[in-house]
Design a protein around this ligand. Structure first.
Ligand SMILES: Cc1ncc(COP(=O)(O)O)c(C=O)c1O
Length: 418
């Protein structure tokens, strides 16, 4: 291997950046035999390709001079306006256009928020576990993450308050808290209404800002919609991140931030240095897809598709998996969360799974403060139905063998730091 010539020149913050395990694993999708439950990809069969072709033709025929041009940093005004109104109509959290900034996917939103809020060493509160892409953004800006254990209903208000009291005593005021309240990545859990209200109450008491990341909220298969944290936001302390990645197509790289105007102005300045503006063509396509009523019927279609895939995966788990393994049944989103017996390390087991041509994501990297060595995340949206059944069978064989080999062993030095 070539010796690195540049190691001493890379910045301190770039050395905090670790390549995501998910990204690394996505490379495995290239092998034709591999059945991967590892990524978080929408199913390409479900992209509304035929419906989008006339939309793109229309963009080129009627709006090409703007759609091919640079746009304003805040984004295409018609798109900002329809999102601002849509947040009122669909989420009970009406916005003005000036509160909306179009981002290059919500991942950019996370990076921009980190850029404008975080100094090295600043505290950020998250759930334990939480979305890896968010951890990566915060760590890249040298934040210190303080994670609060979640249960099957997400962030536990009492534990959050305990953590805030503890930090208060140490005079460490977190810059913000980050939550994916609905169908969280990685666990699929959703915070119920009452808990959301309680969390908001605690946020107000401790003067806390919330980053509410919501890529999956509209992918609900059943059950009642929970209100956005943003819909309680009388005190203007919620920064909401939305995205078209999971409800239309991630290739457009179009998402948005809804936040107080002062934050939008600051973030726009940071965004100028990053990319000048979000992809104009993508923004025009997304706007026209909404204007021509393609988006919501499409969401209905993918909800039906993913519900079927979730059920198929759960049926296969029930049929093939050993009973020592537990999993949940989220009412939406893209993921199931599995907990193995304590003596199973899913990272140690992964090469065995890959050898058997099935891939998953290990749970541990989602835990900023450690833990989760016996957990894994399974994605059900991407694989075909046949692959789901076959892949779960393969994984069950791997797990059974691993349980036989490891049963009775005591979990080695896994210390979960609260
Ligand atoms: C919780 C969460 N936030 C943000 C993102 C980033 O999405 P995008 O940048 O495509 O909008 C993802 C992607 O999987 C996610 O799961």
């Amino acid at each position: 291997m070539m010796k690195s010539t540049f190691a001493h020149m890379f910045s301190k913050s770039s050395n905090n950046m670790k390549s995501s395990e998910i990204r690394e694993l996505l490379k495995l999708l290239n092998s034709p035999e591999m059945i991967s439950f590892a990524g978080g990809l929408p199913n390409p069969d479900a992209f509304p390709i035929e419906k989008l072709k006339p939309v793109m033709d229309h963009v080129m025929a009627s709006h090409a001079r703007d759609a091919l041009q640079y746009g304003t940093t805040e984004g295409h005004n018609k798109l900002r306006d329809v999102i601002a109104r849509g947040m009122g109509e669909h989420y009970g959290a009406p916005q003005q256009m000036s509160n909306i900034l179009i981002t290059n996917g919500s991942q950019q939103g996370l990076n921009l928020i980190s850029k404008v809020f975080l100094n090295p060493g600043d505290k950020v509160l998250t759930g334990n576990p939480t979305y890896l892409g968010a951890i990566m953004a915060f760590v890249a800006h040298e934040a210190s993450i303080s994670a609060v254990t979640i249960d099957e209903q997400g962030m536990v208000p009492e534990l959050l308050e305990d953590k805030l009291k503890y930090l208060d005593r140490r005079k460490e005021h977190p810059k913000f808290m980050y939550l994916v309240p609905t169908f969280q990545n990685p666990t699929g859990v959703t915070i119920p209404h009452k808990r959301r209200e309680k969390i908001y109450e605690i946020m107000c008491k401790y003067d806390l800002i919330l980053v509410e990341d919501d890529p999956y909220g509209l992918l609900r298969f059943e059950g009642k919609r929970e209100p956005l944290m943003k819909s309680f936001d009388d005190e203007n302390r919620v920064i909401y991140l939305g995205t078209f990645s999971k409800i239309l197509a991630p290739g457009f790289r179009v998402g948005w931030m809804a936040a107080p105007e002062e934050i939008i102005r600051k973030v726009s300045i940071a965004k100028q240095a990053e990319d000048l503006c979000t992809n104009s063509f993508g923004q025009f396509c997304v706007f026209e897809a909404m204007y021509h009523n393609i988006l919501f019927p499409h969401i209905e279609e993918i909800v039906n598709l993913y519900r079927k895939k979730r059920d198929l995966m759960i049926d296969a788990l029930e049929t093939h998996f050993p009973k020592d393994v537990r999993w949940n049944k989220p009412q939406g989103g893209l993921f199931l969360w599995l907990v193995m017996p304590d003596y199973i390390n899913t990272l140690t087991m992964l090469p065995k799974a890959i050898e058997n041509n099935v891939a998953y994501v290990t749970g541990e990297p989602f835990f900023p403060n450690g833990g989760g060595h016996n957990t894994m995340r399974l994605n059900y949206s991407y694989a075909t139905d046949d692959q789901i059944v076959e892949g779960i069978k393969r994984l069950a064989d791997v797990i059974k063998e691993f349980i036989d080999e490891n049963k009775g062993k005591i979990a080695e030095d896994y210390v979960s730091i609260p």
